[in-house]
Design a protein around this ligand. Structure first.
Ligand code: SF4
Length: 354
């Protein structure tokens, strides 16, 4: 499908064959900097606007829009051209606006506590479909600007590697979002972390760990059977060596499962070895995983245990719980149907479990 946000500039140039060269610049500026639809670009002749609007239909169609947190959190269910559905969340804070985007329709990783994982995989998204999520959210929060984008919605972005890299570059170079404010979250696709360290060394990396011994992690994050902790840690060291940037570990605290003191001890050991900051997120409820999140006092005890080992840890406030936009709750998807529950939505940690 042709898209206004195809990251390849040649795609727009081809549409403007025969037009003066400055029309390419006007179109590029209007789409990527002003975030306008072709039909809204009054700097272009009306006939050209009409032609471009017809040639570049929106990649996303709003199915539902839900608002909570006193208007500061918005979740959209978007339908794609093939009726696959995805979810996107915008979270406005005093000093920033963060958008959480989906990288796949559904997810094949099967993390047991995650609503997306429970729903299964439909397909990878194209880069334009990732970018248009940011554009749609950015238009909704105007006149504020989107300052941060987190790849913590539905799907594993490093399993859709090429589209993720193209999106990171486009958001940085063409939309103008700082690379450090682009956060890629992964459950641990170790070889792709090593590639990312080469291809996008200035972005931020968040590894959704959730367990720091293989026996437990195998049950929560099935990908651990392919890339167990020792292999994942090698990739984390590689990231550090190549980028010099500190990563974060995301840890969805599950009552009685991974919130014991020995879990904190194990996590602290690996976090210290790779110099990771830890973000703690009480697990959000999903229909397929009835275990509840750790109560507040348990979360604080866990954080204190990490800090007693010299590990920096932050308790993340969740957003969007009441509209199923919180971490681990995004699940629109998988059969092209609009489901009842969905996931994502913490600042630097959704859970897709993340
Ligand atoms: S936590 Fe992330 S990787 Fe795991 S199933 Fe959910 S969306 Fe997929």
């Amino acid at each position: 499908m042709p898209s206004a946000y195809d990251p390849d500039p040649a795609a727009l140039s081809a549409l403007l064959a025969g037009e003066p060269a400055y029309r390419v610049r006007q179109l590029d500026e209007g789409l990527w900097r002003q975030l306008r639809r072709p039909i809204e670009l009054t700097v272009l002749p009306k006939a050209l606007r009409d032609r471009l609007e017809a040639a570049l239909p929106p990649a996303l169609r709003v199915v539902t829009e839900s608002v909570c947190d006193a208007g500061r959190t918005t979740k959209w269910v978007f339908a794609l051209h093939d009726d696959a559905t995805i979810e996107t969340v915008a979270m406005a804070y005093r000093d920033r606006v963060t958008v959480c985007i989906s990288s796949q329709a559904g997810c094949a990783m099967g993390c047991t506590f995650c609503a997306t994982g429970q729903a299964g995989f439909r397909r990878h998204l194209a880069a334009a479909e990732l970018i248009e999520q940011v554009v749609a959210a950015a238009r909704s929060v105007e006149p504020r600007r989107v300052s941060n984008v987190v790849f913590m919605g539905m799907g594993e972005p490093l399993a859709n590697y090429d589209a993720t890299i193209a999106t990171l570059r486009a958001l940085n170079e063409r939309v103008g979002i700082s690379a450090r404010h682009l956060t890629v979250s992964t459950v641990g696709v170790a070889p792709a972390i090593e590639r990312l360290a080469i291809d996008a060394p200035t972005v931020t990396l968040a590894v959704s760990l959730h367990a720091a011994n293989d026996a437990l992690r195998d049950t929560l994050v099935p990908l651990n059977r392919t890339y167990p902790l020792e292999r994942l840690e090698t990739a984390c060291h590689q990231w550090n060596a190549s980028t010099g940037r500190r990563m974060s570990f995301e840890w969805a605290l599950i009552d009685g499962v991974n919130d014991r003191l020995r879990d904190a001890d194990e996590l602290a050991a690996i976090a210290r070895r790779v110099r990771a900051h830890v973000n703690l997120i009480p697990l959000n409820p999903t229909p397929g995983y009835p275990t509840r999140g750790t109560p507040r006092e348990g979360v604080e005890r866990f954080r204190d245990a990490l800090e007693s080992h010299g590990v920096n840890a932050t308790i993340r406030a969740t957003r969007g719980r009441e509209i199923d936009a919180a971490c681990g709750q995004l699940a629109a998807v998988a059969g092209g149907k609009v489901p009842r529950r969905s996931r994502v939505g913490v600042e630097v940690s959704p859970v897709r479990g993340r």
